[in-house]
Write a protein of this length. Structure first.
Length: 349
């Protein structure tokens, strides 16, 4: 449980400098798919460990560490959406990269609900059992619905003594400013490419370079997608993006309606970033195997229309987790994308 990924070692050493004057709330933030939740839980275990090892790491042997490994430590609580529960064995790769894949027949909630936050009140009103400190890990923080976020805010404003909140977020822009202001922000960076590739190759991921590029350099996301063996949906979308058009958009939406909408929006965003980067600087980050198609689009699209498409995709990302009708959402998204490359836009009509 306490094991860190190789690229997290510098961040861990930086974190230890805060131990002497530990804030009551730390917000770990950074790109998705780099292991932020694993880092936060390693921090929680270390804070509860009764015999910490070198550099403040959890010993992994004391009673507190044994309880923590079984998610039964009396002074520890983990708060996350229902869709992440029941998958503790995949805490690393799947907690961040595969968190959309729920197995239950009843669709589990993607939100952190107010009842989950209210339950922390009883936990914090009881005396601690072991170390004199209680720790709460909450992720992803942007999954808090409005009521839950407000309830958490009250706790952060008046935290009980010896209580540490460890929050994890994929994007600070999706959190309430009032929550941000009450947490010490701690950035976790994307790993160096050579280190990420070495980690993937240790796990015998074939075409590690390609998977890593397509996930923007996030190794856990790349590993999860490679192990799923499911590139078909992505390629279906990219083929449509390479040849934009209304008829193709409608057909693609029908075929892709069962794919998680946030995934589709993320793939579209990366595609648009590549078109923009090619147009402005001749570079590609995410989809080098589609260089020819991307170059053709970059040559024909108007820059203003392209920037508008980038902004529109970002707006869609904010609501992608809760589409009322996935197929209609996808249709509208692809039609809007196609319009950016239409004759009307190209000739300014």
């Amino acid at each position: 449980m306490s094991g860190l990924y190789p690229w997290q070692e510098p961040a861990w050493r930086q974190l230890q400098q805060m131990r002497a004057r530990l804030p009551h709330a730390i917000l770990f933030h950074g790109p998705e798919g780099i292991g932020k939740s694993v880092f936060a839980e390693a921090c929680a275990q270390a804070l509860l460990c009764e015999t910490p090892a070198a550099e403040g790491r959890a010993c992994g042997r004391c009673a507190a560490c044994n309880w923590f490994a079984q998610y039964s430590h009396p002074d520890y609580r983990r708060v996350r959406p229902e869709m992440l529960d029941g998958d503790d064995a995949a805490e690393g790769e799947e907690a961040e990269a595969g968190e959309k894949k729920a197995k239950a027949a009843k669709t589990p909630s993607k939100d952190i609900k107010i009842d989950q936050v209210r339950a922390l009140a009883d936990f914090m009103n009881v005396s601690t059992h072991r170390s004199g400190r209680r720790v709460i890990v909450l992720y992803p923080a942007e999954a808090l619905n409005t009521a839950a976020a407000n309830a958490l805010l009250k706790m952060l404003e008046e935290p009980p003594p010896d209580t540490v909140f460890l929050l994890v977020s994929h994007g600070l822009d999706r959190l309430l400013p009032t929550i941000l202001s009450r947490c010490r922000k701690f950035a976790l960076a994307m790993p160096p490419r050579d280190m990420a590739l070495a980690w993937l190759k240790e796990r015998q991921v074939r075409d590690a370079e390609g998977w890593l590029d397509e996930q923007g350099g996030a190794p856990l996301s790349a590993c999860a997608l490679a192990q799923s063996g499911d590139r078909e949906a992505m390629d279906e979308l990219l083929r449509q993006l390479a040849q934009p058009g209304a008829d193709g958009a409608l057909k693609a939406a029908e075929r892709l309606q069962k794919v998680p909408v946030p995934d589709l929006v993320a793939w579209l965003q990366r595609w648009l970033y590549d078109v923009l980067a090619l147009k402005l600087s001749g570079t590609i980050r995410y989809y080098p195997r589609y260089r020819k198609e991307l170059a053709a689009l970059a040559a024909r699209v108007d820059t203003a229309a392209l920037l508008q498409a980038v902004r529109a995709a970002a707006d869609r990302r904010a609501i992608a987790a809760h589409p009322l009708a996935p197929r209609l959402f996808i249709e509208d998204m692809l039609l809007e994308y196609s319009a950016a490359f239409s004759r009307e836009v190209l000739h300014g009509r």
